[in-house]
Design a binder for this molecule. Structure first.
Ligand code: F3S
Length: 386
C-alpha cells in the first residue's frame, strides 16, 4: 500500500509509539483488503465504549494509548447514563470502571457524545469518507446519507481517528457500492407488514453481507434506520438501496436484471411476533430520533406504566426535547441517555424484555441473557402499561 512521506515517518515511530501502532493497524488492514492507499476522513465514531463489552483488557489498552484524535470523533453508547447512573441501578464498581473508560477516551480527544446515532449530532454529507464502527450507524451513513464508511472495528476506527485517514477499499470505492441482490417483500397487508425492524431482521439473514436493493417500498428515515440496523445485526449489511428513495439509488441507475432475488414473506414476519411474557420493555435501538421520542410520548400520554419501561436516546436529543421527556417520565417510564438496552448491565437483570427493534430482538438473548419479544412501539407501550 502506498504511504506518503508523513505516513512513512509515523510508521517509523517518529511521532510516538501510539501513532506508530495506529498506523500499523491501518497498514495491516489495508494489506488484508488490498487497499492501494490511505484516504483522509472527516469524522470517526468508535465502538467498544461500554465496560460491559470491552472489560479490563480493553480498558488497559485504551489507557496505554498516548495521542489525540485529529478528526471529530464520538463514542458508541457506554454501559450507563453519564448522569444519574445510580437511579438506573448500576453498581458502583461497574460505574467506576466505566468512568475510567470514558476518561481514557476523553484523554484521546474523543467527544463524550455516546450514541449510535451520530448523524443526528452533526450533518453528514453525501460522499464524505468516514470511519464509523457501530454497525447500525454505518449502514445508515452509507445508505440513507450516501456517506462512505466500511464497518470498522473499535480499534480500527480509533486508529483512523488518530491518523485522520483510512485504507481505501470496500465501500469507500463507488464501484463496490452496486446492489448485489433484490429483496421482494411479500404481503403488505399483514398486521405487522410495516414493521421495518422485523422485515430487516428476516432480510439480513437472507442476504448476509451482500448489498441489497428494495423496490416498491417508501419507508421514511426512521423506518430506514430500523430496517438497516436489523439487517446489519442478523446479516452483515453495511449498505442497502431503496429504489427512488435512498440517494445512490437516485443518482446511479442500477440495473437489477440478472441479480439474485430473495423474498421476505408475510409468514416469516408474523412468526417473529410471538406473545411471550414480559418483565421489562425497552425502545430506542438505534437511539430514538426526536420524532420517535414524540411518538412514544403521545402513546404514553395519560397512561401509567406497570413494569420497567426504558426509552433510549442520545443526550442532546433528550436535552432538546425536555417537554417530551417529561410526558414520558410522568407515566413512570424512564428516558435513558448515553447507553442502551444491549450494552448496559442493567438490562441483564431481566429474564424477558420486549423491544420494538429488529436489531435488539437479535442481540438481547445473547448480550442480556433474556428472552426477547418484538412488537410495534404501540404494542410495547401496551405491554408496559397493562
Ligand atoms: Fe444502538 Fe445499542 Fe441498538 S448501540 S443500535 S441501541 S444495540
Amino acid at each position: 500500500m502506498y504511504l506518503d512521506n508523513d505516513d512513512e515517518r509515523v510508521l517509523a515511530g517518529e511521532f510516538g509509539e501510539t501513532r506508530q501502532k495506529m498506523m500499523e493497524i491501518l497498514v495491516a488492514l489495508g494489506e488484508v483488503y488490498g487497499a492501494g492507499k490511505l484516504i483522509p476522513i472527516t469524522g470517526a465514531q468508535v465502538s467498544g465504549a461500554s465496560y460491559k463489552t470491552i472489560g479490563r483488557w480493553g480498558l488497559a489498552w485504551l489507557q496505554s494509548l498516548n495521542a489525540r484524535v485529529v478528526v471529530p470523533t464520538v463514542l458508541n453508547p457506554i454501559g450507563m447514563p453519564r448522569e444519574g447512573w445510580q437511579d438506573f441501578g448500576i453498581d458502583e464498581e461497574f460505574a467506576r470502571h466505566q468512568a475510567e473508560v470514558v476518561e481514557a477516551y476523553r484523554r484521546l480527544g474523543v467527544r463524550l457524545e455516546c450514541t449510535c446515532t451520530p448523524y443526528y449530532l452533526r450533518i453528514t454529507e453525501y460522499g464524505e469518507h468516514l470511519a464509523w464502527s457501530e454497525s447500525s450507524a454505518v449502514v445508515y451513513a452509507n445508505s440513507v446519507l450516501g456517506a462512505r464508511t466500511n464497518r470498522e472495528g473499535g480499534p480500527s476506527a480509533l486508529a483512523a481517528a488518530i491518523i485522520g485517514k483510512t485504507p481505501y477499499y470496500g465501500l469507500h470505492i463507488v464501484e463496490n457500492r452496486r446492489p448485489q441482490v433484490v429483496i421482494d417483500i411479500e404481503g403488505d397487508t399483514g398486521p405487522h407488514a410495516g414493521h421495518w425492524g422485523a422485515i430487516g431482521h428476516i432480510a439480513g439473514k437472507k442476504v448476509g453481507n451482500r448489498i441489497p436493493i428494495f423496490q416498491g417500498i417508501r419507508p421514511n428515515r426512521d423506518q430506514l434506520k430500523a430496517l438497516g440496523a436489523a439487517m446489519a445485526a442478523t446479516g452483515a449489511v453495511a449498505l442497502f438501496h431503496v429504489d427512488g428513495i435512498t440517494p445512490e439509488a437516485r443518482v446511479f441507475s442500477f440495473p437489477t436484471d440478472g441479480l439474485d432475488r430473495v423474498t421476505v414473506t408475510e409468514d416469516e414476519i408474523e412468526a417473529l411476533f410471538e406473545d411471550t411474557g414480559v418483565e421489562a420493555v425497552a425502545v430506542g435501538c438505534p437511539h430514538c430520533s426526536a420524532d420517535e421520542l414524540r411518538e412514544v410520548a403521545e402513546l404514553l400520554r395519560g397512561k401509567t406504566t406497570t413494569k420497567p419501561f426504558y426509552v433510549f436516546t442520545a443526550a442532546w436529543i433528550a436535552k432538546n426535547n425536555l417537554d417530551l421527556v417529561s410526558v414520558i417520565e410522568r407515566s413512570g417510564a424512564r428516558v435513558i441517555t448515553d447507553t442502551c438496552m444491549v450494552v448496559s448491565p442493567r438490562m441483564d437483570e431481566f429474564r424477558s424484555i420486549m423491544v420494538d427493534s429488529g436489531k435488539a430482538f437479535a442481540y438481547v438473548p445473547g448480550m442480556c441473557g433474556a428472552i426477547a419479544r418484538i412488537g410495534t412501539r404501540a404494542e410495547c407501550v401496551e405491554a408496559a402499561t397493562s
